[in-house]
Design a protein around this ligand. Structure first.
Ligand SMILES: Cc1ncc(COP(=O)(O)O)c(C=O)c1O
Length: 284
């Protein structure tokens, strides 16, 4: 996401140019990564699946004991203000809430006020070639903590995984924990075999993507069988299709992993069906 230098951001009650937005160095987001975030895609001026994103934000805040600064209507109003200040029909709205500013000590401070930050970025979807021809990935051991269901700003594990992918010149690093598929550095992973879709179980080992729920709905609508279960490494390599999903990647077909061809080496029929349904859904 490139952020234009003239973009207007929201910080603690104020709309201001991003270059003028400042947080104190003792903000616990800066010191400890003590915060959570959301990334909401906006298509045609409408936040897509905002209710689900805001519900996940509420769950993340609740999981780490930060009082939610706004109810759903309050968040929606802030997002609308931000979009008015950054008029782009398609964009990504980033929301971050930290525990706030306090003397540095690990345990929660008693009286900190959460820091609330929102920014708007131009939508940067994957290039058409990635959608048409598919993308390459590498695998790695998942060495992150075991609260991956929280969309935490403590993202060092994901940063290192993304860098592993970048250093191999591929799109994503697909991670395994104890030989079982978890997720990629910033996306959920789907495995298709004989027309049926499998995904890792929604538990503390993965972030439940908002597209996870959407893909469940789309599969149900198409009558495509979908199960959430443990997926051993061999099954990923033996799949007919492997897919990635995230707000910024939407749905992407994976055609090689660790240099090995997946399925036919081309985006498959389940990808095509889900991708076109996603394009339809996002335009409302
Ligand atoms: C670790 C991780 N898993 C999964 C996802 C997919 O979530 P969503 O579909 O809500 O973008 C993301 C999104 O950034 C992510 O960072």
């Amino acid at each position: 996401m490139t952020v234009p230098t003239d973009s207007i951001v929201y910080l603690n009650g104020e709309m201001l140019p991003i270059a003028d937005a400042r947080i104190p160095v003792l903000d616990r987001g800066f010191i400890f990564g003590d915060g959570v975030y959301e990334v909401i895609p906006v298509y045609g001026g409408k936040p897509f699946r905002a209710q689900e994103h805001l519900a996940r934000l509420a769950r993340s805040l609740d999981a780490i004991g930060i009082p939610n600064p706004h109810d759903e209507a309050g968040w929606r109003a802030l997002i609308a203000d931000l979009m008015r200040a950054n008029p782009m029909p398609d964009q990504m709205v980033y929301i971050q809430v930290t525990r706030g500013v306090a003397r540095r000590m690990h345990a929660f401070p008693k009286d900190a006020t959460p820091t609330v930050f929102l920014m708007a970025s131009p939508m940067a979807l994957p290039p058409a070639a990635a959608v048409e021809r598919g993308v390459a990935c590498v695998t790695m051991e998942d060495r992150r903590w075991l609260h991956c269901q929280i969309k935490s700003t403590s993202l060092l594990g994901n940063v290192l995984a993304a860098q592993t992918a970048a250093s191999h010149g591929v799109t994503e690093a697909i991670q395994f924990r104890d030989g079982l598929l978890t997720e990629a550095s910033a996306s959920n992973v789907w495995v298709v075999r004989n027309g049926a879709v499998a995904a890792p179980t929604k538990d503390n080992r993965i972030l439940e993507g908002i597209r996870y729920g959407l893909i469940e709905e789309l599969c149900e609508g198409f009558g495509i069988p979908l199960v959430a279960r443990d997926i051993p490494r061999d099954e990923v390599f033996a799949a007919d299709e492997v897919l990635l999903s995230s707000a910024s990647k939407e749905i992407l077909p994976v055609v090689t992993i660790d240099g090995r061809t997946i399925g036919s080496g081309k985006p498959g029929p389940v990808f095509r069906q889900l991708y076109s349904a996603y394009q339809h859904a996002k335009r409302g």
